[in-house]
Unconditional design. Sequence first.
Length: 196
Amino acid sequence: MALGMETALTAREASFVADVGYEKVTKAFENRQITTVAKRPRQRTLDLRGTFKLAVAERLKLYPDPVKKRIQGKIAEAIKEAHALAEVQDVNYTEQWVVTTFKTSELAKLVAERLKKIERMRDLIVMNDDVQAGAPTFKGTRILVRHIAGLVQNKVDRQEIAEDFPEVTDEMIELSVLFDRLYPQRGRPASKGRNA
């Protein structure tokens, strides 16, 4: 996955990358503050520009409304002109001898770091119908991602996880928790058969 501004993210991924609550992302969709880039109807997928706008809006919420609107306009222009996060420039706003600088470039670095975690997670976690019935596993293993995340959530010591699963690294443990948070399991658990 390239880190271009057209990078597609699910609503939950965007909430992680922008460091805003998932509820705020869904509310932004409902209020038509952001639009989906998905090809299928009712699927909530954002590009990196939309995700970055969410991050900016969250950081500007403490600014006075007139200043906030003017800064958001300047930031929107900066985002529109950028082809990648690294190109996003800081925004200066001057009103009555007061200069306000919004460190857009620092926010872009934070977003890029979080986006790299998503990229790494997508590389490391796979779903293959031939391995563990298609459940998410770590690439090249049969280790279930949700099982590792469950162990962490049940406060099993990482040292103990490492002893039970020597192939699992600290990064894998961290990414399993992130995966479980971004892609919550839906529906009923699989049945164990009639006579179970």
